[in-house]
Ligand binder design. Structure first.
Ligand SMILES: [Zn+2]
Length: 392
């Protein structure tokens, strides 16, 4: 079962031509195996190890109303006035009954448009005479969301609560906005000239929403209720993340027994649908060669075979990368394709260095596909409200 070690001794480079700006030359692709026996054994004992309270600092409770006049949490990226503007945006969303995904989208949009500052416009004299927090010069746009005259009077657009309300009114009219990638949802509201500018703010916007509202970015809207840590089976947390498959983690990240296991193994029946953990772009969708350099991913692999089998790497906002190994058949996505959170990208199998059907799932930071970029997916996913449940 501990057969990944043999694979580690014979690391092979995997050649890519996809993200040349991020990576040059050959890459190391570590892979995994087994762990499924441990999973099934542990699974028989039930999953009562699931207990969010043991994970300190990862609050997700009843969503609390934002207090815009009280003391606010501090962020190194923004000053008090900017966080207060974020609080106003969230409060308006709460008062309107907009699900928390909308608060994340709205905060991220204001981050992009104004850096959360209520901007006047040097080309709009009337705006300069009203209270403001700096001045822009983009067309005739003003305010947190840089809204143009069609959205209201200058005074209205320079009133943060008004600007936020107008933003939400348009957002909730975008069909399936809760399931769309943030940049798509935001852009349909804003009609900006910079298509991918919004998504890069999604991570910090989620943290701000969490800090101000008691973990709302970690919730999923189910039957009108904000539910914590329930983002799986296609449900998407307000953070924009979802668990790739339901099921518990058997073999963990860099354990004592498997120090070079750079992901987690989630046991699942063959053919279980694997979902993109967040919106992003496909970096790789291919059959990883085995120790002989052979690409025969349509057959089940075995421990010692090496390779990820059929696998997919996705690049998400903020330089996060997720990896999905050992798929049963060729992935359903192609390189450079954009995917949305929860989109089915393949099926659980046992191709490559694997002793039985499972998903080997990795998370990497900083655009780093190498093992040096890998982090433990368990806390990463939990912080985003899309936990991988513990089976041990
Ligand atoms: Zn693994």
């Amino acid at each position: 079962m501990n057969d990944v070690d043999s694979a580690d001794k014979r690391r092979r480079p995997l050649r890519l031509g996809v993200i040349a700006t991020v990576l040059t030359g050959a890459l190391l692709l570590l892979c995994c195996t087994g762990g499924t026996a441990a999973f099934f054994l542990a699974g028989l004992g039930g999953d009562d190890a699931e207990n969010g309270d043991t994970l300190a600092g990862m609050e997700c409770g009843p969503v609390r109303p934002v207090n815009i006049t009280g003391k606010l949490p501090r962020f190194t990226e923004y000053g008090d006035a900017q966080i207060r503007n974020a609080a106003i945006i969230i409060k308006v969303g709460q008062d309107m009954g907009v699900p928390s995904r909308g608060w994340v989208i709205a905060v991220a949009t204001a981050m992009q448009e104004s850096a959360l500052r209520n901007l006047a416009n040097s080309g709009v004299p009337e705006s300069m005479a009203l209270p403001h927090e700096g001045a822009g010069a983009d067309h005739d746009s003003v305010g947190l969301f840089q809204q143009r005259p069609g959205w209201g009077t200058v005074a209205q657009r320079l009133t943060p609560a008004y600007a936020a309300r107008k933003f939400y009114e348009k957002l909730i009219k975008v069909s399936s906005w809760q399931r769309r990638p943030l940049s798509v949802a935001a852009q349909r509201v804003q009609i900006s000239a910079y298509p991918d500018a919004y998504a890069k703010h999604e991570e910090l916007a989620s943290r701000i929403v969490d800090a101000l509202s008691g973990g709302a970015a970690r919730t999923v809207e189910i039957n009108g209720q904000a539910v914590c840590d329930a983002a799986e089976r296609g449900q998407i947390a307000a953070s924009g993340w979802t668990a790739p498959i339901p099921g518990g983690v058997g073999s963990g990240f860099r354990t004592t027994e498997r120090p070079s296991h750079n992901g987690v193994d989630i046991g699942a029946a063959k053919g279980t649908e694997i979902r993109a953990a967040a919106a992003g772009r496909v970096l790789v969708a291919t059959c990883d060669p085995d120790y002989r350099g052979k690409r025969d991913c349509d057959v089940d692999g075995f421990p010692g075979k090496e390779g990820c089998g059929w696998f997919v790497d996705l690049l998400h906002a903020g330089g996060n990368i997720t990896r999905y190994c050992h798929m049963m058949v060729q992935p359903f996505v192609k390189e450079d394709q954009m995917v949305s959170a929860g989109q089915v990208i393949g099926k659980v199998g046992s191709s490559g260095n694997s002793s039985g059907p499972h998903l080997h799932f990795e998370v990497h930071l900083r655009n780093d596909r190498n093992s040096s970029g890998a982090v433990n997916p368990v806390p990463f996913m939990r912080e985003r409200g899309a936990p991988l449940r513990a089976a041990e």
